[in-house]
Design a protein around this ligand. Structure first.
Ligand code: AMP
Ligand code: GLY
Length: 425
């Protein structure tokens, strides 16, 4: 089978590794890919938003399956475009990708179908938003409606902060068109868990739970980032929580999307918060999480190509999705200064230490190959170092050991990924 994977981050490296493991994988291409993906796939220099060039490449090379798991192209309709060209695509169509592309849409969906989430109001006029804020208690959460690279959420401790946030999002358009509409919602407290599911329009197959660490600094301080590390499974995702989510959230969401005439196919990401009143949805994404994927897929035992085929064909109920009874921890190695400003182009050494080691993975997020074949840093998040272990504690110790094998100038990481696990002994 010939496969084209669209994207080039740590998530795509983890997906490429899972695909390459399948005995059904013949030739694997990745557009645009990165220096790590290039070791297991043929990288093609086409951008993820160039649907025309991607389709032409896929048709010319007789690609059997295109895989896309990135929000921008999915929300812009890459799946619809390629399907019209006769290609077979794993991913979410535009009319269902709106579950991530518009927070107002997803909040209204949850309200209509009784899916638990934070109470909210939607605004298109900044003055109305400001008037509403006068009646609110704080903290409160402001969210730009559209895609904003994970940065469109502001948690505001006072009226003044919130008013400044409304100005940033709606008047100054800091996140562009994403801020033409805004959700203002109740601040919730509790532990967060990410649960990813394969969905075929009707059925869903849940993957093992994971937890992300979004803040840049140790002890959850500093700015929100794309994610500084993850672990899977989450010991806080208990059987009781799982039961509640199955009853109130998962199938209900898939059924709601079908009822709206927007059948959801692909990967549905449930960002959940375990509140005192039970689990609630913080957000939906229409794709694999990053860096959740770097701890979830290395634990998956089922052939990913069989699962993707079943999603496209609507036969997911015949798949028994299996995960190893182990644990994984991923520590992100970033460039000092991320997520604000940072230098790129630093030489990375020590990558060969991972060769031939089964329990260790070094997923490339922002890297490129230099003129002399050396691997260079090429982004804020550079590498995701994942280790498997019998327990989370073992995986955590191994991931930090492996994080030390790699060096580059301005290397930065958090030192407390998975530390919360110590609370539970
Ligand atoms: P989102 O992009 O919607 O996932 O939001 C980013 C992060 O902001 C989440 O992972 C939470 O940590 C936080 N957040 C979002 N909505 C809320 C809320 N209603 N209450 C508390 N924290 C929130
Ligand atoms: N790790 C959060 C996300 O992928 O959106």
């Amino acid at each position: 089978m010939k496969i084209l994977l669209v994207g080039g981050g740590g998530r795509e490296h983890a997906i490429a590794s899972a695909i390459a493991k399948s005995p059904r994988c013949g030739r694997l291409y990745c557009a645009p890919g990165n220096a790590g993906i290039a070791e297991i796939a043929e990288c093609v220099p086409i951008g993820v938003m160039d649907f025309e060039a991607l389709s032409a490449f896929a048709l010319e090379n007789e690609i059997d399956l295109v895989v896309c798991s990135q929000d921008d192209p999915l929300c812009a309709g890459i799946v619809d475009y390629m399907e019209e060209k006769g290609l077979r695509v794993f991913g979410t169509r535009k009319n269902a990708a709106v579950i991530e592309g518009s927070k107002a849409f997803s909040k209204n969906l949850m309200k209509k179908y009784g899916i638990p989430t934070a109470a909210y109001e939607i605004f298109t006029d900044p003055d109305e938003a400001l008037r509403y804020l006068e009646s609110c208690s704080f903290p409160i959460v402001l969210k730009a409606d559209g895609l904003a690279l994970g940065k469109g959420v502001l948690i505001c401790g006072s009226y003044e902060e919130a008013a400044a946030g409304v100005k940033e999002i709606m008047s100054d358009r800091k996140f562009g068109e994403a801020g033409s509409k805004m959700v203002i919602e109740e601040f919730m407290t509790g532990r967060e868990v990410s649960v990813l599911a394969f969905v075929d329009g009707k059925h869903l197959a849940l993957m093992s739970s994971a937890q992300d660490h979004k803040r840049a600094g140790d002890g959850d301080t500093g700015l929100n980032t794309g994610g500084m590390g993850t672990f899977s499974p989450s010991p806080f995702y208990t059987e009781e929580v799982d039961r509640a989510c199955r009853d109130l959230i998962y199938q209900k969401t898939v059924d709601a999307m079908a009822a709206e005439g927007r059948p959801f196919k692909g990967v549905l990401y449930f960002g959940l918060m375990m509140t005192q009143n039970g689990p609630k949805v913080v957000e939906y994404n229409t794709r694999f999480g990053d860096p959740e994927t770097q701890v979830v897929l290395p634990r998956m035992e089922t052939d990913i190509l069989d699962v993707m085929d079943a999603c496209i064909d609507g036969t997911l109920d015949r798949i028994d999705l299996k995960f190893a009874d182990n644990a994984a921890v991923c520590v992100v190695l970033a460039s000092e200064g991320y997520p604000v400003s940072y230098e790129k182009g630093k030489v990375i050494t020590g990558l060969e230490s991972f060769h031939g080691k089964q329990d260790y993975f070094c997923f490339h997020a922002g890297t490129k190959t230099g003129p002399g074949g050396e691997i260079l840093t090429n982004g804020g998040r550079v590498l995701g170092v994942t280790a498997l272990g019998a327990t989370l504690k073992e995986a955590r110790a191994k991931a930090y050991e492996a994080a030390g094998w790699v060096s580059f100038d301005n290397k930065y990481m958090r030192h407390d990924i998975g530390k919360a696990l110590d609370e539970i002994g």
